[in-house]
Ligand binder design. Structure first.
Ligand SMILES: Cc1ncc(COP(=O)(O)O)c(C=O)c1O
Length: 344
């Protein structure tokens, strides 16, 4: 019997629907859906640049941050080049790499879930064209500190572009957090990648952006599909920027829930490391197979990587309570597989 999904915690989405002001802006845009959006998203680019405090020629907008990442690879990678990233990471990186005819070079994570920066540097040979860093990291939620990032950037060869994926940066609260836009002036081979899908809760609308040097941004923009950013999404992003304070408070709530969830899971006897993203990572020595079975049995969809771990998105309070209820038995040593059998 299929168990219905009651809580969607598998894709690191926001638990909140768009704000009323954002929905109103979207409705207005829908009413004019017979009209094309801008050929290139210049007005939206200016708006984002203004909000980020950088010049517009440092901003490239795309179809989600994954779209900007593809445009970057299309701009800088030639067939046979290599793209390095820590593995495991966001599933799109191997796909995008093969889409542009490059060879993926996955570098194992450190045992504590951090990206192995020394090992990543070591694979950057003459064929390497892009290295991806994910900060905070998906799926482990680990953080690259400001000092570690600066040291890494100092050592990266000039012919390699650093794709710094900050899809979850708004959820990070650490005082050692890098101020990545401030690094751009000295680092022409850096692209900082951000998105409206996570903290801003607009995953369905597909808007992301990259911050980089004017030269790199110009090359990325050349790969932009004409009329590629739709008008409803543009209206939603503009309205979200106007409601920034309200949306930031939602992020604060998710961060508080993340800390509560982790604390309660530690109390259940699980070993969860601190996370700087909107997710927690369950891994050895915890019994992840049993945890995955228990979550599924209670209608919680999480991202399960057999043999590696479970990425659990921090959801609404009710969803997080459902996680705690599901994992209570596992943490205390009960056998959830037996519970599962008893239900079906
Ligand atoms: C690390 C990371 N980067 C990028 C993305 C994709 O975001 P977008 O919706 O902006 O394409 C995700 C989505 O899960 C992600 O985990």
């Amino acid at each position: 019997m299929d168990i219905p999904v009651l809580h969607r915690l598998a894709l690191n989405e926001s638990p909140y629907p768009p704000l009323p002001s954002v929905r109103k802006a979207m409705r207005r845009a829908v009413a004019q859906a017979n009209r094309y959006p801008q050929f290139h998203p210049d007005l939206l680019t200016e708006r984002i640049a203004d909000w980020c405090g950088v010049a517009p020629d440092r901003v490239a907008v795309g179809s989600g941050s994954v779209g900007v990442a593809l445009q970057l690879l299309q701009a800088v990678v030639r067939r046979g080049d290599t793209v390095a990233y820590a593995w495991r990471t966001f599933d799109a990186y191997p796909l995008l790499t093969t889409m542009v005819g490059a060879q993926p070079v996955p570098v194992p994570l450190l045992p504590d879930g951090r990206q192995d920066l020394a090992a990543l540097l070591a694979v950057l040979d003459g064929r390497a064209r892009v290295v991806v860093l994910c900060n905070p990291h998906n799926p482990t939620g680990s953080l690259i500190t400001a000092d570690a990032l600066s040291a890494f950037l100092r050592q990266v060869p000039e012919h390699v572009t650093v794709l710094l994926d900050e899809a979850y940066i708004e959820f990070a609260r650490d005082t050692d957090l890098p101020d990545s836009p401030a690094l751009l002036g000295a680092q022409p081979n850096l692209l900082v990648l951000r998105t409206f899908s996570k903290a801003y809760g607009l995953a369905a609308l597909r808007v992301g952006y990259g911050l980089g040097s004017p030269d790199l941004v110009a090359r990325i923009r050349r790969q932009q599909l004409p009329f590629g950013i739709n008008a409803v999404a543009t209206a939603a992003v503009e309205a979200s920027l106007r409601a920034d304070d309200e949306l930031r408070r939602r992020v604060d709530t998710v961060v508080a829930e993340r800390e509560r969830l982790r604390c309660e899971l530690l109390g259940l006897g699980l070993h969860i490391r601190p996370s700087h993203a909107n997710s927690l990572w369950l891994t050895a020595p915890d019994p992840i197979e049993a945890c995955a079975a228990a979550l599924t049995a209670d209608g919680v969809a999480a991202r399960y990587y057999p043999g590696e771990g479970i990425r659990l998105t921090v959801g609404s309070r009710a969803a997080n309570d459902a996680v705690l209820a599901a994992l209570a038995g596992v943490g205390r040593g009960a056998n959830p597989v037996r519970r599962l059998a008893a239900r079906s």
